[in-house]
Design a protein around this ligand. Structure first.
Ligand code: C2E
Ligand code: CA
Ligand code: CA
Ligand code: CA
Length: 278
């Protein structure tokens, strides 16, 4: 019985092998997707409470897979990061966002976009020269493009990240600190790293109507941001009560399903002139 095929042994595990095979397949598909530009951008409105208008959108990538249809970034961004493919995907997303900003500019619409940037892209995968080149080649204005980074990005290579941030901001691009509050070193990092906006993670926003400590936390973030001259975007706004509370706290920008999920460009173009339902 001892010699029998692998029971309790680690030599061959069919489930692990199948997972590895799926991963290999996904990686091949992803390489193909980059070559054939199978990605699309979705746009989720960001509402400016001060001006009572949609001031722009966060750009969220989708993979239009030939067999599987629209694939969520949660399913392929981690693999793209592991394999380094995120760098080419990121360049494509920059190009597509820049083209859209240039289009709006010729139409006389003042809309800004914010683009997600992974740690793998900073600093060498998305150098400031590439951003500057996109700017001049496509003809949009840097003040309308923000780059969303998470504070984790800043931990790996503090020096490199700091230089990148400084160079990017000196070209007029904005930096949003994404998923703010989920890291552990937020406060000290805010002092060290030059950023323009904090995006309060939706895990804190979700229960502000029910949980007094979440409410106090968001209130404290807004107050702290104000004292540092930073703007705040609340993510994951799903209910009228969220809007009311965040407005009362003095949070200027809101984003979430209450206003709109991420939508394709045609839909965003239809809604962005409208006053959001508040
Ligand atoms: P994220 O940057 O935190 O993006 C916000 C996510 O929250 C989006 O998921 C959005 O659809 C979702 N969301 C927005 N409002 C609400 C709400 O009210 N309630 C709930 N429950 N969810 C809401 P999505 O589009 O699936 O993106 C997931 C993540 O994938 C993003 O998280 C971001 O980290 C990453 N990602 C998306 N596009 C890109 C990209 O172009 N480049 C990189 N590097 N990462 C990207
Ligand atoms: Ca984001
Ligand atoms: Ca976020
Ligand atoms: Ca609720």
């Amino acid at each position: 019985a001892k010699a029998e095929g692998g029971n309790g042994m680690h030599f061959f595990n069919p489930e692990l092998a199948a997972a590895a095979e799926r991963r290999r397949q996904l990686e091949n598909d992803l390489r193909m997707a980059i070559r054939e530009e199978q990605f699309v951008l979705f746009f989720q409105p960001i509402v400016d409470l001060l001006e009572s208008r949609i001031s722009g959108a966060e750009v969220l990538i989708r993979w239009n897979h030939p067999q599987r249809g629209l694939v969520s970034p949660n399913e392929f961004i981690p693999l793209a990061e592991d394999t380094g493919l995120i760098i080419d995907i990121g360049l494509w997303a920059l190009e597509a966002s820049g083209r859209q900003l240039a289009r709006w500019r010729t139409e006389g619409r003042e809309l800004s976009l914010s683009l997600n940037v992974s740690g793998r892209q900073i600093p060498a995968g998305l150098p400031v020269e590439v951003l500057r080149d996109a700017l001049y080649r496509l003809g949009f204005r840097s003040e309308f493009l923000a780059l969303e980074i998470t504070e984790g990005v800043l931990l790996d290579d503090v020096e490199g990240a700091l230089n990148w941030l400084t160079a990017v901001r000196s070209q007029g691009f904005s930096i949003y600190l994404d998923d703010f509050g989920t890291g552990y070193s937020s406060l000290s990092y805010l002092k060290r790293f030059p950023v323009d906006r904090l995006k309060v993670d939706r895990s804190f926003v979700r229960d502000i109507d029910k949980d007094p400590s979440d409410r106090a936390l968001v209130e404290a973030i807004v107050a702290m941001a104000r004292s540092l001259s930073l703007e705040v975007v609340a993510e994951g706004v799903e209910e009228a009560e969220h809007v009311r509370l965040l407005h009362a706290m003095g949070c200027r920008y809101l984003q979430g399903f209450y206003f709109s999920p991420p939508v394709p460009l045609e839909t965003f173009d239809d809604i962005h002139d409208q006053l959001p339902d508040m």
